[in-house]
Ligand binder design. Structure first.
Ligand SMILES: Cc1cc2nc3c(=O)[nH]c(=O)nc-3n(C[C@H](O)[C@H](O)[C@H](O)COP(=O)(O)OP(=O)(O)OC[C@H]3O[C@@H](n4cnc5c(N)ncnc54)[C@H](O)[C@@H]3O)c2cc1C
Length: 284
C-alpha cells in the first residue's frame, strides 16, 4: 500500500524505555514473551551507547535496557488520509465530509438505514469506527469513561528525532516536513489550560531531547482515548450482519492488522479466527 499510494512513512523503528524500575522490568518481560513466539517482529534490548547512534539528540540517561523495535514506522496521517480519499474517488467511491451519524432507523441482516446530517443512507454494511461515540450510537456501555490526552504538534524544525521515541512521560516522532508530534502518557489534567499543558510537556521534552530550545507549538490538541471496558479491542458484527463495530485503544499500533482483518471479514464474508476473542457479543 505504501508503494501503491506513495505514502509518507519513516521506517526508522521505535525505541522505548522507562525511568521507573518497575515499568522497565515490565518492558523487559514483554520483550522476553514476544521473543518466545516462533515468529516475532525483530525486537531487541539495546544499551544507551547503541541507542545514541540511532538517536544522537535523545538523552537516555545511561539506560541499558532500551527496547528497539526495528520494524516500526511513523506515518503522516493527514497525507495518508488525503491519498486514500483520492484513491476511493478514483475507484468510483465517494466520501461525505463533514457528515454526522445521528441514529439507526432500521437494521436487519440484509441492510441498515441510518440518519445522518446529510440525509438518510441505506447500505448492506454500516461500519461504526467512531471512537468514543460508539456507546452513544447504540445506547450501550462498552467503553470506560474516555481519558483525555494532550497532543502537541510543533512548527517544522531541524531534524532531532529519527524514530518513534517512547520515553518517560511522553512519546514523540518527527515527520518528514520537520514537525514534531508529541503525545503525553498521562490523562490530561483537565483543570489546566493550554499554556499549562505546553509548559508541562515542554519540561518533559527538554529532559528527553537535547534541543536547547523550547517547543514551538503549531497546535495543542486534546484527544479522547476510546478504551473498551476490558481493555481489549471490540471488533465484529453487532446483533445483525449489516452492522459492524471496530473500536479500540492502541488503534494506531493496531491499525494495519485490524484494517486488513476487518476488510477480509466484510468483503470476503469470512470470520477471522484471530478476532474471535474480541467480539462485541462478549458484552451482552
Ligand atoms: C494522547 C493520546 C495518545 C495515544 N497514543 C497512542 C499510541 O501511542 N499508540 C496507539 O496505538 N494508540 C494511541 N492512542 C489511541 C488511539 O488514538 C486510538 O486508539 C485510535 O485513535 C482509535 O481509532 P478510531 O479510528 O477507532 O477512533 P478515532 O481516532 O477516535 O476516530 C473516530 C472518528 O469518528 C468521528 N465521529 C465520532 N462520532 C461521529 C458521528 N456521530 N458521526 C460521524 N463521525 C463521528 C470522530 O470525529 C473521529 O474522527 C492515543 C490516544 C490519545 C488521545
Amino acid at each position: 500500500m505504501q508503494r501503491e499510494l506513495s505514502l509518507d512513512i519513516k521506517w526508522n523503528g521505535s525505541l522505548e524505555w522507562s525511568s521507573a524500575m518497575k515499568d522497565q522490568e515490565k518492558l523487559i518481560e514483554s520483550v522476553n514473551e514476544l521473543q518466545s513466539y516462533p515468529k516475532y517482529t525483530p525486537t531487541s534490548i539495546i544499551g544507551h551507547k547503541k541507542a545514541k547512534k540511532l538517536e544522537p539528540h535523545i538523552n537516555f540517561r545511561g539506560n541499558e535496557n532500551i527496547i528497539f523495535s526495528k520494524a516500526d514506522g511513523a506515518i503522516n496521517p493527514k497525507d495518508a488520509i488525503s491519498k486514500m480519499i483520492d484513491v476511493i474517488k478514483k475507484n468510483g467511491g465517494s466520501v461525505l465530509y463533514p457528515c454526522k451519524f445521528e441514529k439507526i432507523i432500521e437494521s436487519n441482516d440484509s441492510f441498515s438505514k441510518v440518519k445522518t446530517s446529510m440525509g438518510i443512507l441505506k447500505s448492506e454494511n454500516v461500519i461504526f469506527c467512531n471512537g468514543v461515540d460508539v456507546d452513544n450510537s447504540f445506547n450501550v456501555n462498552f467503553l470506560k469513561k474516555p481519558r483525555p490526552g494532550v497532543i502537541i504538534k510543533t512548527k517544522p524544525q531541524k531534524n532531532l528525532i529519527n524514530s518513534v521515541v517512547y520515553g518517560p512521560k511522553i512519546h514523540a516522532h518527527q515527520q518528514s516536513n520537520g514537525q514534531i508530534i508529541i503525545g503525553e502518557q498521562i490523562t490530561a489534567p483537565i483543570k489546566e489550560n493550554t499554556k499549562d499543558h505546553i509548559k508541562r510537556i515542554n519540561k518533559h521534552f527538554k529532559s528527553m531531547v537535547k534541543s536547547g530550545t523550547d517547543l514551538n507549538p503549531s497546535e495543542v490538541l486534546i484527544g479522547w482515548r476510546p478504551i473498551p471496558k476490558d481493555d481489549l479491542p471490540i471488533i465484529g458484527k453487532f446483533k445483525n450482519k449489516s452492522v459492524y463495530i471496530a473500536v479500540m485503544h492502541s488503534g494506531i499500533s493496531l491499525a494495519a492488522i485490524v484494517g486488513n482483518l476487518v476488510t477480509q471479514e466484510i468483503v470476503d464474508e469470512v470470520d477471522s479466527l484471530l478476532l474471535k476473542d474480541f467480539r462485541p457479543s462478549r458484552f451482552f
